[in-house]
Ligand binder design. Structure first.
Ligand code: SF4
Length: 400
């Protein structure tokens, strides 16, 4: 199999807020030390909904990259790049579009959903229909093994897997594949070659899944195989196709969902967000003016934390003791709402302090961000070109 790799992107359509931090960025920061990660600015995706006003995209791109760095994404661990600087994404998107049934795209649940949510925009466009396919190209081009997603994105990953499978089925038929695969089997050494053939037969003739898993594990351990031979042998196990594109897995991550100041989804367009690099006095003002449980009209009225958006902030930001103090104090009217909000304000400001510090160096010298992205684009492009070489060859477009 291809090496483990994580790919994830974000659309540059405005400044990032704490909802992005708790929902995705914190997870990226954790993942970057565990696996090779590629994080990209999905500027072409932003165009699928903002094609009539692209002015926001360039500024948001650089602001967002500074937000990532401020949040702790580390360019010495992860690759940071801009999607449109790696034009191979567009090439793969085009080539995949040739064989992707229209119904697959129309069935994606978020297609109709987003059209309804963004009713003020005309999204009856070819680009918008095709955006899950562009997402598939973004991931498949790096042969990513894992894609961090929330529950609502799982159908997109499932579709990426179907697209990869269909591509391998249509184009993985290599000339002389059987002979090349048999040659590769010999390279395993006689003992392992015998076991490989037995396991392959067990899977192909009796459908024994554990035999397939055992054979895959053996191939993972085989040190002396070239990448191409390994892929042939993986393909040979299940049929007579080479695996050109690999099927990614959804990496379902536990992220805390931080709602907006009004308890709805945090979004800049709803006016209920705290920016990732918000100034201290703005944080204080925003939290102090947050709505609370309506039952607490007077200081002496008891409240119910479950009916208050501030409580959701305590869930994310406070320790057990503070949460207990807030919940008890709320229900007994022992504390006032401003008192209850203070630990949340303090925790947000504490969380943002290192972010402001990290961001400052990039704000002082924007060329640093440009250099990080230039390196990231070079690295991403090399990986993408490796895949495209195989894709073009498989589709008869290499003209060599
Ligand atoms: S005391 Fe706290 S949890 Fe209760 S209503 Fe006020 S802000 Fe909300």
């Amino acid at each position: 199999m291809y090496p483990d790799r994580v790919v994830s992107g974000m659309r540059p359509t405005g400044a990032l807020h704490l909802g992005h931090y708790h929902g995705a960025l914190k997870n990226w920061v954790r993942l970057q030390s565990e696996l090779p990660c590629l994080f990209f600015v999905a500027d072409w995706h932003a165009l699928t909904t903002h094609y009539d006003d692209p002015s926001v995209i360039e500024t948001s791109t650089w602001d967002m990259l500074i937000d990532w760095l401020a949040a702790g994404v580390d360019p010495s661990q992860a690759t940071l790049f801009i999607q449109s600087k790696v034009p191979e994404h567009a090439e793969l998107h085009l080539l995949l579009s040739m064989a992707t049934p229209l119904g697959w795209l129309e069935r994606v649940p978020t297609y109709k959903d987003q059209q309804e949510k963004l009713a003020d925009r005309d999204l009856a466009t070819y680009g918008f229909l095709g955006y899950p396919l562009l997402q598939a190209a973004d991931v498949l081009i790096y042969r990513a093994s894992q894609v961090p997603v929330g529950d609502d994105q799982v159908p997109h990953i499932e579709m990426m897997r179907e697209i990869a499978r269909r591509f391998n089925h249509l184009y993985g038929k290599e000339k002389g594949f059987e002979e090349k695969a048999q040659e590769a089997v010999k390279k395993l050494g006689s003992k392992r070659a015998k076991l490989y053939n037995e396991l392959r037969t067990q899977f192909q003739q009796q459908g024994i899944e554990s035999a397939l898993e055992q054979a895959k594990a053996m191939l993972d351990d085989a040190q002396n195989l070239s990448m191409i031979d390994r892929e042939r042998l993986f393909g040979f196990l299940e049929g007579s196709r080479k695996l050109i594109l690999s099927e990614p897995q959804a990496l379902l991550t536990e992220s805390s969902r931080l709602p907006g100041l009004d308890g709805q989804k945090m979004s800049k367009s709803y006016g209920n967000a705290i920016a990732l690099r918000e100034e201290k006095d703005v944080v204080t003002k925003k939290v102090r003016t947050m709505p609370t449980d309506r039952a607490r009209v007077r200081r002496t009225d008891p409240g119910d934390p479950d009916k208050c958006p501030v409580w959701q902030f305590h869930v994310v930001y406070s320790d057990d003791a503070t949460r207990e103090w807030a919940a008890k104090g709320c229900r007994s009217a022992g504390i006032g709402c401003l008192e209850c909000k203070q630990p949340v304000i303090d925790a947000i400001i504490r969380e943002q302090e290192p972010m402001h510090e990290r961001a400052q160096q990039y704000l002082d010298d924007p060329s640093l961000v440009r250099a990080i992205v230039a390196d990231g684009c070079d690295h991403a492009r090399k990986l993408a070109q490796d895949t495209m070489r195989d894709v073009r060859e498989a589709m008869g477009l290499s003209y060599s």
